[in-house]
Design a protein around this ligand. Structure first.
Ligand SMILES: [Zn+2]
Length: 431
C-alpha cells in the first residue's frame, strides 16, 4: 500500500509537469497497474516467482527454434460517439490496417520500414498480428478485426477512481481474450492538457520479475489507445492522427506492455530495473527525438519502443525483451491461448484453394496453391457457422472429416496465416 501511494503521488506530479511541457508522451500502464492491484486488494507477488523464473527463462530460450513465429489475432473496438464512418473517433478500416502493418514492421524488424534497425541488440521478435476475420459467434466480419461501438459519450476520462473505461466499457465489449487480443480506440478526456496516449494491462501469471501474479484478470485484458495515435500517417490520409505520435508507435509500446515489458527506465532511478539484461539503465524517460542522451553514466537506448521518445525515433526491441515476451506467450493465461505458433517460413501466399471430392459423402480435402492454412470454417447457406477447424501449423493440404452433416450446399472459407481470407468454395454434401 505504501508503494501504491508513492506511485500515485509520482503520477499526479507527472500529470502537472507534462502540462507545461507540451507534446510529450504519457503512458498510463504503470498507474493503471497499481490501481488494479489496489482494487483487487492483493499485494504484488513478483518476488515469489524469481526462483521459478530463473529456471523457466533458460528452459524456454533453448526450447524454441528460430523458425517459430507467434501470430496473434486482433480485434479493434472502435469506440465512437456517433461520428460518420471515418471521421473523428470512428476511425476508418484503412487507419486500423495501417496500425496492424506498423505492429508487424516493428515486431518483425522489417527491412525497408521504420521498424528496421541496425543496432547490435535489435531483434526480430517473430511476433505478428492480424485482424481477426471471424467474430465470436462465427460470423465473417465485414471489416476484419473491427468492432464498432457507439460508446454514448464524447470522451473517456481516465481518472484513477471508477475509470469508466475499466468499469463500464471493457467488461461489456471485450471479446474472449483467450481467442482475441483486444484493443480499444477511444477519445481520452477528463484532464485538459493531458498527454495520455494509451495504456495496457500486463499479463497475469507470467512468472516474470517485475510483474505480478494478478494483473487485472480477463474482463479488462487488452490495450487502450487514443484514436489520434492509432495508425500511421505514412500509410494513408488520416487527418485525425496527431504528430509527433502519428506513426503507430504508441500501440507498439502498449503491446510491449501487454506482452510483459516494463518501461526501459524501470519507472525509477538508476537502481530500478526493467528486468531486461541487455537494455542500459536510465533514471528517467527520454522525450522528443534527441541524438544522444547519457543517463546513469551510460548512453540511453532512447530508440527503444519502451521509452517515451517520439514515434519517428523508436525502432528497437532487444533480445532480452524478445525473450520476456516469449515467456509470456508460452506461459501467461489467455496470451498462451490467443497466440498461434507457426513453424516454418511465413511468406505471403497466393489465395487459391481447391476442395475435393465435391460433392462428397463425408470426407474432403482442402488444398491451397501455396502457403499455409490457419483456419477452415464451414458455413451453411444462411451464413451460420456449422464447423470451425483451427488447424495446427504448416498444414497444406488438410483432410477434413465432415461426417454427420445433413446433405446440402455449404461454403468453405479458408483463412491464411495472417488472418486473410484465402478463398471461399462451395461444398456439396450428398450421401
Ligand atoms: Zn508505457
Amino acid at each position: 500500500m505504501k508503494l501504491y501511494k508513492t506511485i500515485l503521488v509520482a503520477f499526479l506530479s507527472g500529470l502537472f509537469a507534462t502540462n507545461s511541457m507540451g507534446q510529450t508522451r504519457e503512458c498510463l500502464t504503470m498507474q493503471m497497474d497499481s490501481l488494479r492491484r489496489s482494487d483487487h486488494n492483493r499485494a504484488g507477488a513478483s518476488q515469489a516467482f524469481e526462483t521459478w523464473l530463473a529456471s523457466k527463462r533458460y528452459g524456454n530460450s533453448t526450447g524454441r527454434t528460430a523458425s517459430i513465429t507467434y501470430s496473434i489475432p486482433v480485434v479493434v473496438h472502435v469506440v465512437h460517439n456517433g461520428e460518420p464512418l471515418g471521421e473523428g473517433a470512428n476511425i476508418s478500416y484503412a487507419q486500423v490496417q495501417s496500425q496492424i502493418e506498423v505492429l508487424n514492421e516493428d515486431f518483425r524488424r522489417k527491412e525497408g520500414t521504420n521498424g528496421f534497425n541496425n543496432d547490435p541488440v535489435g531483434v526480430d521478435t517473430r511476433i505478428e498480428f492480424y485482424l481477426a476475420p471471424i467474430d465470436p459467434l462465427g460470423n465473417v466480419l465485414a471489416e476484419p478485426g473491427i468492432d464498432r461501438i457507439h460508446g454514448g459519450r464524447a470522451e473517456w476520462p481516465t481518472g484513477v477512481v471508477q475509470n469508466p473505461i475499466e468499469f463500464q466499457l471493457k467488461p461489456v465489449t471485450i471479446w474472449d481474450p483467450g481467442r482475441y487480443f483486444n484493443i480499444w480506440t477511444v477519445n481520452f478526456g477528463g484532464f485538459i492538457g493531458r498527454n495520455l496516449l494509451g495504456y495496457a494491462q500486463f499479463p497475469d501469471m507470467s512468472g516474470l520479475e517485475g510483474l505480478n501474479e494478478d494483473e487485472g484478470g480477463a474482463l479488462t485484458d487488452g490495450v487502450v489507445i487514443g484514436y489520434p495515435y492509432f495508425g500511421s500517417s505514412e500509410k494513408g490520409d488520416f487527418p485525425s492522427l496527431f504528430a509527433p505520435f502519428d506513426l503507430g508507435r504508441t500501440t507498439t509500446h502498449e503491446v510491449g506492455h501487454w506482452l510483459g515489458l516494463r518501461h526501459i527506465w524501470g519507472d525509477g532511478n538508476c537502481f530500478i530495473d526493467d528486468f531486461v539484461g541487455d537494455t542500459p539503465p536510465a533514471n528517467q524517460p527520454t522525450n522528443g527525438c534527441p541524438t544522444e542522451v547519457f543517463s546513469c553514466t551510460v548512453e540511453s537506448m532512447f530508440e527503444n519502443y519502451m521509452d517515451y521518445t517520439d514515434d519517428a525515433c523508436m525502432n528497437i526491441f532487444t533480445e532480452g525483451q524478445r525473450e520476456r515476451m516469449e515467456i509470456v506467450l508460452e506461459n501467461s493465461p489467455r496470451r498462451a491461448n490467443v497466440v498461434e505458433v507457426i513453424v516454418g517460413t511465413t511468406e505471403p501466399i497466393e489465395p487459391v484453394i481447391k476442395v475435393y471430392p465435391n460433392p462428397t459423402a463425408g470426407k474432403v480435402t482442402v488444398n491451397v496453391q501455396s502457403g499455409w492454412m490457419r483456419e477452415i470454417t464451414l458455413f451453411d447457406t444462411m451464413g451460420s457457422i456449422i464447423r470451425e477447424y483451427r488447424l495446427p501449423a504448416t498444414v497444406n493440404p488438410v483432410n477434413l472429416n465432415i461426417e454427420g452433416l445433413p446433405d446440402g450446399l455449404y461454403f468453405i472459407v479458408v483463412t491464411g496465416e495472417r488472418g486473410e481470407i484465402m478463398g471461399k468454395e462451395k461444398l456439396i454434401i450428398f450421401k
